[in-house]
Ligand binder design. Structure first.
Ligand SMILES: NC(=O)c1ccc[n+]([C@@H]2O[C@H](COP(=O)([O-])OP(=O)(O)OC[C@H]3O[C@@H](n4cnc5c(N)ncnc54)[C@H](O)[C@@H]3O)[C@@H](O)[C@H]2O)c1
Length: 314
């Protein structure tokens, strides 16, 4: 499916900037709407002079429109790293609620396909493993992470109601942890933290006993999954992630090995409500979107490390 003009909210962020690039590469013009609250503005430097790319600095919490016809809205605006949403709790809730309402209204006005970036965090600290889309989750509604988890759960409910009430063409992707170039070194997520520490020769700070697991998807794979969802008529939710599970301790040692660092590992306190396991069941994405991750962890991490050593615009 070819789109002529897409609006990407949060388009200056880590995932958003890769989505903007991938859409432009596929011949789709892009308007990026971002308030730069958690973005490194350098993320889109390579796009600023590219034909077909427009950027507007604005918050999606205020109603917004774009002047030209739009056939795709990718709603990615939201703090995503725990360090960011713990620092910006009300902003996170408002972006997930008011921001999602405004992005849905834009899609409705333009008759556009809408895709919500939801998250594996809707599963909370899961009691089902791996997580299928039919699992309802295990979330603490008043814990510190609730500002993010519940904002995304509300966003899913709002998106579903929008499709029911107004017939808007909506899709929901539940993204699992994604890593790659352009994650901020201090955004608090494990991969950029470990790489930054390994390259600086500092100890890698692994939380708890390090046995908690995550599934890590390289950004190119996640972007392809999101665009496959955009090009489908699926409502979802659909899990997009890499089912290969890795413990935080193994990840730290893998990064030490790949960077050739002589850093040690230091165990530090585990955050409240930190999930013990996280692994997507991607049967639905495989079957309905013909999508599955292709980049092995060693390769994706090596590419990411190379970028941290010498950040290049691309
Ligand atoms: N990276 C992951 O592993 C992951 C996993 C699951 C879900 N997601 C979702 O994907 C999206 C992007 O995540 P990311 O990792 O790129 O995070 P990010 O922080 O790098 O990007 C988020 C972007 O949204 C912008 N933003 C925040 N609030 C805004 C607002 N009110 N108005 C306009 N712009 C706003 C920020 O400035 C930033 O550019 C988020 O919705 C996140 O919940 C990401």
């Amino acid at each position: 499916m070819h789109f002529r003009h897409a609006v990407v909210t949060g388009g200056a962020g880590f995932l958003g900037s890769h989505l903007c690039t991938a859409l432009l590469d596929r011949g789709t013009d892009v308007t990026c709407i971002d308030d730069l609250s958690t973005a490194d503005p350098g993320n889109i430097d390579h796009l600023r002079n590219r034909p077909g790319f427009t950027v507007t600095q604005a918050s999606v919490c205020e109603a917004f429109d774009v002047a030209r016809p739009t056939d795709l809205v990718l709603h990615f605006a939201s703090p995503a790293s725990p360090a960011d949403y713990l620092r910006l709790p009300l902003h996170t809730l408002e972006t997930g609620s008011l921001g999602t309402r405004n992005a849905l209204a834009l899609a409705r006005r333009h008759g556009a396909r809408f895709v919500l970036a939801s998250t594996s965090e809707v599963y909370g600290d899961p009691q089902q493993h791996p997580q299928t889309e039919t699992y309802w989750g295990h979330v603490n509604p008043v814990g510190p992470r609730s500002v993010y988890d519940e904002a995304k759960r509300f966003g899913e409910a709002l998106t579903t109601a929008e499709a029911e009430v107004h017939g808007t063409d909506t899709g929901i992707v539940r993204l699992f942890n994604t890593y790659g170039p352009r994650m901020r070194g201090y955004d608090g997520r494990a991969v950029p933290t470990f790489i930054r520490q390994a390259l600086a020769g500092e100890p890698l700070t692994v939380t708890g006993d390090g046995r908690q697991t995550r599934s890590l998807s390289y950004v190119e794979d996640t972007v392809n999954g999101v665009l496959a969802m955009a090009g489908s008529d699926l409502r979802g939710p659909v899990n997009i992630g890499n089912p290969e599970e890795v413990s935080m301790l193994d990840l730290a040692h893998l990064i030490i090995g790949l960077t050739g660092s002589d850093s040690a590992v230091r165990l530090v306190e585990r955050p409240t409500d930190d999930p013990t396991v996280r692994c997507p069941d991607i049967t639905l994405a495989r079957g309905k979107l013909q999508w599955e991750p292709r980049v092995p962890a060693e390769e994706g991490l090596a590419r990411t490390i190379a970028w941290y050593r010498a950040p290049v615009a691309a």
